[in-house]
Design a protein around this ligand. Sequence first.
Ligand SMILES: [Zn+2]
Length: 236
Amino acid sequence: VLQQNCEIQFCLALEDPIGNPLSEPGIDRVRRQDKGFSSPAWSINYIENVIKPNTFWDPNRYFNIWVVDISGGYLGYAQFPNNSTLGCLNNNNGGASTDGVVLLYQSVGRPPANPYPPPYNLGRTATHEVGHWLGLRHIWGDSNCGNDCCGDTPTALTANFGCPYPQTTCSSVDMVQNYMDYTDDNCMNLFTVNQKNRMRTVMQVSPRRVDLLSSTVCGSGPPPTSDFYDWSHKHL
Ligand SMILES: [Zn+2]
């Protein structure tokens, strides 16, 4: 079977960094005006240098996801893990105060909670960026017929958009269904075995990722249950 259950689950934090209960589990709403931040457009430079360092929660206990109005046409971006031991990754990809994922607000969730039009309204931007945060590269290896260090993702000429299937580049059919392509949300539905193994390695060895395994901020209730929904039924 190509499509893998990655066996990594997330839970919504029930308490803030000083132990107070969150009124909305997993959510900390910040008005930048109230914090005295400058209020330019939401460039990546501004997010990295102003927003993140002034709003992050201890990434040894929390996985930080900033949901903002990113400028410049980006759907999202992520910080890669450090010291993962994996190929296709540098050892140092950034510090604690910027660790996590940034998402364009229109890309978060799925209907009815997400009221925005297709094609990026089914939550796959978060899936893609969390893939990066757990050590995955784009399936085209960020160069023409490049290497993503996963032998079970076919080489591809470059990023795909829309849902071009079937399409052959670099002598193989592109895996447009992979979350680490740039295809539409309703085109994506899989991580592979090699991608799963990379992500699980990161969870076991990378600083901050491995510490999350013993975080107690989700409380002591039952473990989270998966909420998978496969929006793509086109070509598996
Ligand atoms: Zn990406």
